[in-house]
Design a protein around this ligand. Sequence first.
Ligand SMILES: Nc1nc2c(c(=O)[nH]1)N[C@H]1C(S)=C(S)[C@@H](COP(=O)(O)OP(=O)(O)OC[C@H]3O[C@@H](n4cnc5c(=O)[nH]c(N)nc54)[C@H](O)[C@@H]3O)O[C@H]1N2
Ligand SMILES: Nc1nc2c(c(=O)[nH]1)N[C@H]1C(S)=C(S)[C@@H](COP(=O)(O)OP(=O)(O)OC[C@H]3O[C@@H](n4cnc5c(=O)[nH]c(N)nc54)[C@H](O)[C@@H]3O)O[C@H]1N2
Ligand code: SF4
Ligand SMILES: [Mo]
Length: 712
Amino acid sequence: MAKPLGTTIGSMPITSHPTTEHVKAGTATHCPYCALQCGMIVAADEADGVVRNVSITPRRDIPANAGGLCQKGWTAGELLTNGERLTTPLVDGRPATWEEALDHAASRIAAIRAEHGPDAVAVFGGGGLTNEKAYLLGKFARVAVGTSQIDYNGRFCMSSAAAASIRAFGMDRGMPFPITDLAEADAVLIAGGNMAETMPPFIRHLTLMRERGGSLIVADPRRTPTAAAADLHLQITPGTDLALALGLLHLAIAEGYVDDDYIAARTTGFDAVRTSVSAWWPERVERITGVPVALMRETVRLLGTARRAMVLTGRGVEQHAKGTDTVTAFINLALALGLPGTEGSGYACITGQGNGQGGREHGQKADQLPGYRRIDDPAARAHVASVWGVDPAALPGPGRSAYELLDALGTRDGPRALLLFGSNPLVSAPHVGRVIDRLASLDLLVVCDIVLSETAAAADVVLPTTQWAEETGTMTNLEGRVLLRRRSVAAPSGVRSDLAVLSGLAARLGHPRGFPDDPEEVFEELRRASAGGPADYSGITYERIAEEGGVFWPCPSEDHPGTPRPFLDRFATPDGRARFTPVAHRPPAEDIDEDYPLYLTTGRVLAQYQSGAQTRRIAPLTEAAPEAFVELHPDLAERIGVADGERLQVISRRGSASGVARLNSTIRADTVFMPFHYAAEGRANLLTNTALDPISRMPEFKVCAVRLEKAA
Ligand SMILES: Nc1nc2c(c(=O)[nH]1)N[C@H]1C(S)=C(S)[C@@H](COP(=O)(O)OP(=O)(O)OC[C@H]3O[C@@H](n4cnc5c(=O)[nH]c(N)nc54)[C@H](O)[C@@H]3O)O[C@H]1N2
Ligand SMILES: Nc1nc2c(c(=O)[nH]1)N[C@H]1C(S)=C(S)[C@@H](COP(=O)(O)OP(=O)(O)OC[C@H]3O[C@@H](n4cnc5c(=O)[nH]c(N)nc54)[C@H](O)[C@@H]3O)O[C@H]1N2
Ligand code: SF4
Ligand SMILES: [Mo]
């Protein structure tokens, strides 16, 4: 029997698993899914290179989950064994050898580039990719292909919060404090997040906080399990959070909760913000948001009187065409109360994807170079070009953002080839009907995936890759803590790592060096490329992560302890002060009217992950959440004559999708909710609006106008 690699880490003991006949050694690693990156020990039987009987045990040494896992984590072993894996490259739908597939892809890329120029080749990445992959993908695009056309699915995720954090604090480290600080808070406001379903072990920190007497406030149009567990639920009209945040700040000022000493010592720009909220009196805000004045007052009292308080945002307030301004308004509130950069308090964005934090730092973003540097900054270009051994002038400039890139594919000035790693846009992109047409118009679509996702099924070339427990790499969790996700089991024969794919393609494009397929070698280069940038990883090594259980960036040297709370002394702005920015409320890009009288909002359920490519293939998860549904109020259901469990058609200006009616008397009667995890007719994204935030380029996933019909 083959032995899994790396049977111990640091002080982690080897655990045995009484559930199977053999006593198996386990490897300490992390979950394949979300940004909590729960620690787990993975053990498996391997015979003749085939992995079976995977057992998963939660780790207690990782503070984020401290012994907890959600249903997706517990069942993640099935990703390794369920027989849904791609194990052979496909060219035009037929099995091919790796040589044939890579030769074909590279020669088509070279031909398209020769005929139309390097920007005719586009690259799309994902926030689930390890730091090493994200880094090498960005380098591959700029150096091996020479294209500016690269972006990634994180644009659809936390980009608005990232933009707002950079605007206010000069830096975007989503949660600029350890997650365990939450338990010590006296009040926490979650605006548009549903962690009870999206990160269940996260709730433990909030439960500890409430057991100490702290209060939880949740703003959500639905009474989610998170909202139900809160002391106050602000059941807001979708798309009106900006008005709510302005109203809360108005009240905080009126009722004397503003921290004048903090504002004077640590911020700039408060006067303009104070003036900008003066007309947002509570009754006006109640009319717009539907949140009763009394609840707003109580929210402000709880936050204002707390010794330690936190304001957190999730996708509910961020995935809007005004997401950056909405998050800015919540940051303004937090700043006025003196929270950011104060030990035990703060503002945080709850990052979503497994490597949603690290994946937004090392250059797979259209406007970015490694270390969270800007690609239009001459000093950044010079530094990174020297690490890459190229002329800075040869590095392309900024490219199109994710939706703009997808929207341009196959158009007259747009890319003609797309290489896609770690995303499934035929389910997850907005206005997916349009994206289907754009992908179909390409000369070449290459998809690297572990399963035949909806997008892989549409590709000319499909390259099967290794996944989490079959490979090693670093992941930066929602706290900004860099973790080591270790190889725990053997990969099936026939698959190669994403790094090996990039290496193989780069060699065929004339770059035999500079694209190693060994993760640690890539990480060593990433350390150098990130040195001196905002997200400085230069002091982080695989060894240190293993010994210390993770290292917080920035970490500029090997003897630096890492930075759990980066803003305690100063913010990352030139003068060290946080910046207040006045912002104005406006309605959703598409408001309701006579023809489309209901708000559609979209989001997640516990048992499915993202586009569902992974979780829809896992039996216990599909049993728990088998199909697309439309959550609606019983009064609304009665008006259209539909009963619980009957099929509904949801129609927007962009398309029509269907799901079973799920009646729920706790949702607003003007709002329906669909999860976005499902394929075919169940795709919520057949309906969603592509209106983009002007700063972050985030699409308005969280609100558009629809009508309902009973399905024939
Ligand atoms: N089970 C599961 N867990 C996941 C994921 C998954 O797909 N499945 N994905 C991971 C990823 S990538 C992410 S980004 C995170 C997302 O984590 P969350 O942000 O917690 O998830 P969402 O369900 O997208 O949105 C949160 C809530 O926003 C509410 N909402 C909708 N519109 C509005 C609005 O206009 N205002 C307000 N205030 N709230 C609104 C929704 O009702 C929903 O309950 O989850 C991560 N964890
Ligand atoms: N309507 C609506 N749409 C949304 C959202 C919403 O709330 N509402 N949320 C948005 C958000 S926050 C996000 S993050 C996106 C996510 O949406 P997607 O970008 O589609 O995310 P995933 O489903 O995680 O896609 C990951 C793909 O990569 C594959 N994969 C997994 N690991 C690896 C790997 O290591 N290498 C490679 N090559 N492939 C791998 C998986 O099998 C899967 O096919 O969806 C966005 N879309
Ligand atoms: S909460 Fe996230 S990281 Fe933890 S087990 Fe669930 S999916 Fe995995
Ligand atoms: Mo996300």
